[in-house]
Design a binder for this molecule. Structure first.
Ligand code: HEM
Ligand code: NAG
Ligand code: NAG
Ligand code: NAG
Ligand code: NAG
Ligand code: NAG
Length: 328
């Protein structure tokens, strides 16, 4: 001690420089696959078991959790801001319009409760969601990847922020820009859109494509005619209620590359999906992933690891929440 301390004082500039040199690369990779190895070695197992149980009881859980993770990472980074409840003074993300697709918050509460009793105040909600998103993909037949951990939970969630989510009406230029803002490339855009191999959409999210699409066309010309008729039926009175809609691909509870095959047949649900096949910048990627399911799995896993690093917070601007619905 007595020997080292004066040396640091003598060479403050050198010491600072060394600190900077080691800090800069580290700060962009605060995450670590072994983050909880000492503090909560059973974290992964508890989360997987919770997700497996919940998915067996409620088949909508996998799609809900995958969508939740995407929504979280695209707003203020992967910091579990999507899990915070509104307060009397603040309307949270989850209470803004794009929330029609947000469900299954109870599963996150359940996982957090179990982790708090196993290893109190250790595992962040942001990490739980990142691990859960990996698990639901594996549970539905998709690829497996290693989740880096160490994210801290944010303290802010604002309804207005949801205007920064890409809309289903976006064209490829807009989609590329939206992903680029998060450090994600064109390949990531196409691979991650494959998340639409799971789940469901409400009529409201694609209705503009099947009625009064433009001045001259009733239906979006990039949509297959028979498919458009089918969607019209689903969204027609009197069948139509607020839960009406269509599954995002023909095997919506299995994680596979069917989504891309549907795009190649004009059967993408959202304009933002179908546009990927209509634009030369992304079409070749759609074709490659549609042809080769193994390639899709590898690219999806790699892009999910990247998505999981978007805007990650560390202890300086985040915390480990005790409950995922409220800041400490
Ligand atoms: C590329 C831009 C994207 C757009 C414009 C978009 C848009 C949407 C919309 C509008 C819905 C349906 C909402 C509803 O009516 O219920 C939805 C559902 C869904 N999205 Fe996306 N999304 C995008 C990217 C992603 C990504 C990157 C993932 C995950 C990797 C993802 C996963 C899902 C899932 C799983 C569902 C189904 C949710 C459920 O059934 O509960 N999406 N998306
Ligand atoms: C999952 O369900 C099994 C059987 O019902 C139960 O024994 C187990 O405790 C549950 N695990 C979790 C993490 O919920
Ligand atoms: C969506 O937001 C509205 C308020 O804008 C709220 O009443 C509703 O409960 C929210 N839905 C979900 C699933 O959180
Ligand atoms: C959110 O956006 C609406 C409409 O753009 C605006 O009226 C409102 O003041 C905003 N609220 C906050 C808290 O920024
Ligand atoms: C994409 O949409 C934007 C905004 O509506 C528009 O300005 C742009 O021209 C469109 N780009 C293409 C390639 O269609
Ligand atoms: C389509 O537009 C016409 C003319 O504005 C309108 O009368 C009709 O109700 C619209 N149809 C739908 C399904 O929105």
């Amino acid at each position: 001690m007595g020997v080292i301390a004066p040396r640091i004082l003598v060479f403050p500039a050198l010491f600072l420089l060394l600190l900077l040199l080691t800090e800069v690369p580290l700060s962009s990779s605060v995450l670590d696959a072994h983050f909880y190895d000492q503090t909560c070695p059973q974290a992964d197992k508890i989360i997987l078991e919770t997700l497996r149980n919940a998915s067996m009881n409620d088949p909508k859980v996998p799609a809900s959790i995958l969508r939740m993770f995407f929504h979280d990472c695209f707003i203020r980074g992967c910091d579990a801001s999507v899990l915070l409840d509104s307060t009397p003074k603040n309307q949270a993300e989850k209470d803004a319009p794009p929330n029609v697709s947000l469900r299954a918050f109870y599963v996150m509460d359940d996982a957090k409760m179990k982790l708090e009793s196993a290893c109190p105040q250790t595992v962040s909600c942001a990490d739980i969601l990142a691990i859960a998103a990996r698990d639901v993909v594996a549970l539905t037949g998709g690829p497996h990847w290693e989740v880096l951990k160490g994210r801290k939970d944010g303290r802010v969630s604002k309804a207005n922020d949801t205007i920064n989510l890409p809309a289903p009406s976006f064209n490829v230029t807009q989609l590329i820009q939206s992903f680029a803002k998060r450090g994600l490339g064109v390949k990531d855009l196409v691979a991650l859109s494959g998340g639409h191999t799971l789940g469901f959409s409400h009529c409201s999210s694609f209705e503009t494509r099947i009625h009064n699409f433009s001045l001259n066309e009733d239906v979006d010309p990039s949509m297959d005619d028979k498919f458009a008729e089918k969607l019209k039926m689903k969204c027609q009175e009197p069948n139509k209620d607020r839960n009406a809609g269509e599954f995002l691909d023909s095997t919506s509870s299995t994680f596979d590359n069917d989504y891309y095959k549907q795009l190649m047949g004009g059967k993408g649900i959202f304009g933002s999906d179908q546009a990927l096949f209509g634009d030369s910048r992304t079409r070749w990627i759609v074709e490659a992933l549609g042809r080769d399911g193994g390639l899709f799995f590898r690219e999806f896993a790699a892009s999910m690891e990247k998505l999981g690093q978007v805007g990650v917070k560390d202890y300086k601007d985040g915390e480990v929440r005790m409950k995922c619905r409220a800041v400490n």
